[in-house]
Design a protein around this ligand. Structure first.
Ligand code: DGY
Length: 329
């Protein structure tokens, strides 16, 4: 069996893999492989343990060859995988749901507070030696307690972000295609249309997957619907927010602030956003805790091993391939 891991992952995951397949191959460097390197490395592979930074498309799948059985992504999102191409070739694709829910939701809250209370901006000011005295007008931000939280996408992570608002006594609105009865019962969250949520919320936190229908869901028009005093938080996928429109809105006081962990063209960040003080920026680290990343790595390894062993991987995302795969093996 040829198994290829595209970057170093936490040792817990590597250990699981090593026990089943001691001779797996790995890119030893903490960097994304170039396209040419990726194609060369996965050639003849039976399984790939991929990251969200690896574009797994028809060319990659064909270069690997017809023996390729599993692409185990170490992420809950799998928009980096061409699922239709994988399915039509009988390749199982898997993800790592659940284990990163709380870490990601915690980070959304960290960003919310950082933006509302202007933490990075005021810290920079202090470190620059500019803090001369307490001031009644120094770094005024926005209240959080008692305000309205708007969750766009009330799946696992959106739900967790909403639940964590209990300590801050917030009114919670959510927009989703499906009702989330549990969230409504547990904290009295109310399902509304996106437009109503944007008009009403003091904090809008985005938790949708990247799909053709969610690309630029937050655009110039939606930003104009928001309150001038509101904040936007995005820990989902960068292209869900039109960064150029957001930069304009932040510059012109259309909204008060924003906090982003994900970007349209990662690792690039829109140059106008980099110039602004009213946006907090983190490098796609919402799930980056030691414990969470270890669980993600372990889960990805277990998915890969199950798929190669002819078992249905616990987190198969293209379930329709399962019958096909059994025929193939
Ligand atoms: C994911 O898993 O999809 C996150 O973006 C990275 O943890």
């Amino acid at each position: 069996m040829k198994i290829y891991v595209t970057q170093p992952i936490p040792s817990a995951g590597l250990e699981v893999l090593r026990r089943a397949y001691p001779n797996f191959q790995i890119n030893p460097e903490e960097r994304v492989l170039s396209r040419a390197e990726l194609l060369a490395k996965i050639k003849g592979g039976d399984a790939i343990l991929s990251l969200l930074t690896d574009k797994i498309d028809a060319e990659v799948l064909d270069t690997a060859g017809p023996q390729l059985k599993v692409v185990a992504n170490m992420a809950v999102g799998y928009d980096n995988i061409d699922l239709a191409a994988a399915t039509s070739r009988g390749v199982m694709a898997t993800n790592t749901p659940g284990v990163l829910t709380d870490a990601t939701a915690d980070h959304a809250w960290a960003l919310l507070f950082a933006a509302a209370r202007r933490i990075p901006e005021s810290e920079k000011f202090l470190r620059a030696g500019k803090f001369k005295s307490w001031g009644p007008l120094l770094f005024l931000g926005g209240d959080v307690t008692g305000r309205t939280l708007g969750i766009i996408g009330a799946g696992r992570i959106g739900h967790a972000v909403a639940m964590k608002s209990r300590g801050f006594n917030m009114r919670v609105l959510y927009a989703d295609e499906l009702p989330n009865a549990k969230l409504e019962q547990e904290i009295g969250a109310r399902k509304v249309r996106v437009e109503e949520l944007l008009r009403e919320a003091d904090f809008v936190s985005v938790h949708v997957p990247l799909l053709p229908s969610t690309k630029h869901l937050i655009n110039a028009l939606s930003l104009r619907l928001m309150k001038k005093t509101a904040y936007l938080i995005n820990t989902s996928r960068g292209p869900v927010v039109d960064e150029a429109a957001l930069a304009e809105a932040l510059k012109n006081g259309v909204i008060a602030g924003a906090a982003l962990d994900v970007f349209e063209n990662e690792p690039l960040v829109h140059p106008e956003l980099l110039k602004l003080d009213n946006v907090v920026l983190t490098p796609h680290t919402a799930s980056a805790t030691i414990e969470t990343r270890s669980k993600m790595a372990t889960m990805a390894a277990e998915n890969l091993i199950a798929g190669l062993a002819g078992q249905r991987p616990p987190n198969l995302v293209n379930g329709e391939v399962w019958g096909k795969h059994q025929t193939k093996s």
